[in-house]
Design a protein around this ligand. Sequence first.
Ligand SMILES: *Cc1c(COP(=O)(O)O)cnc(C)c1O
Length: 356
Amino acid sequence: MQPIFATSTYVQEEPGKHKGFDYSRADNPTRQAYEEALATLEGARHGLSFASGLAAVQAVIQLLDPGSRILVCDDVYGGTGRLFRRLFAKYNLDFHFVDMADREALKSAANLKPNLIWIETPTNPMMKVIDIRAMAQIAMKTGALLVVDNTFASPIFQSPLEMGADIVLHSTTKYIGGHSDLIGGALMMSRQDLFESLKFIQFAGGAVPSAFDAYLMHRSLKTLGLRMVQHNKNGMAVAEFLASHKRIKRVMYPGLKSHPQHSIAAEQMRGFSGMVSFDLDGNYETVVKFLKKLKIFALAESLGGVESLVNHPEKMTHASVPEEMRKKLGIGPSLVRLSCGIEDTDDLIADLQQAL
Ligand SMILES: *Cc1c(COP(=O)(O)O)cnc(C)c1O
């Protein structure tokens, strides 16, 4: 077991002569052990950890030169979209938000000669599935870097690097941390040049996790595989239950045969994870009543923890998405997103049943 090295600095033998550690922003043994495990988990040569998922997003964008063009899937995580629109757009970076499940829209966007393509699959909260191999081909043709936010699938169910992605990102706050007790982010990559540039950004920018958080995340990795099996089982059972209920208008879960990109999901994922979105039949007041009646699903932002959570994207996680974009995506008053935890499956279904 790697100890928690709660140290900012390290004694040197002679000026500049040390055993690989001089200052913890650069490297820390607890963090290093965790980063090696992260790389292994994603089938990558290198792993880097960050103070949050968004700090990891920020590090990737800092690879780019001013004037760069970035294609982004349109229902990207709310905080990622906010970072792009409100912070990075003013540094002369050109972000294009595209529906990447729409082949025609994607084709014309690829003609813009992007420097970087940013995808998330399945997306949040609409659970759209993007064909990673097809995106890797577009990225190769246009000379763009392909970044895949793999937070929803986790490394257990999806391996984007094997399908041609250059960089994989995780908000480790979610499934990797898994216990709703920390904030963290990670990048995994095999290309040496990308690793060196991102390692420099991590060191120079300084958004690193503490040794304690690195220890917690490393510890969480040991149960990730088991947890994902139960998240997936609960996600599938809950999605099937909701799809058969008369008070539910539509269910979005990549594991359902009715999902528009189910065949791509089945091709590129080994499991469909625990995230389920749906539209309730009713107005906002009906939805609030439903949310208040739930006993096991706690009303809270975030996802991927062992406890089940429910979220109202329009008023909570996606409140910062421009209203026009929310309308276009279908994020309205009746949309609800569930993060199915690892509780007993029947208990979760009984909770939904009584609230409905
Ligand atoms: C939560 C999340 C992020 C941001 O991560 P933080 O740890 O909250 O900074 C990025 N992408 C996805 C898909 C997320 O769910």
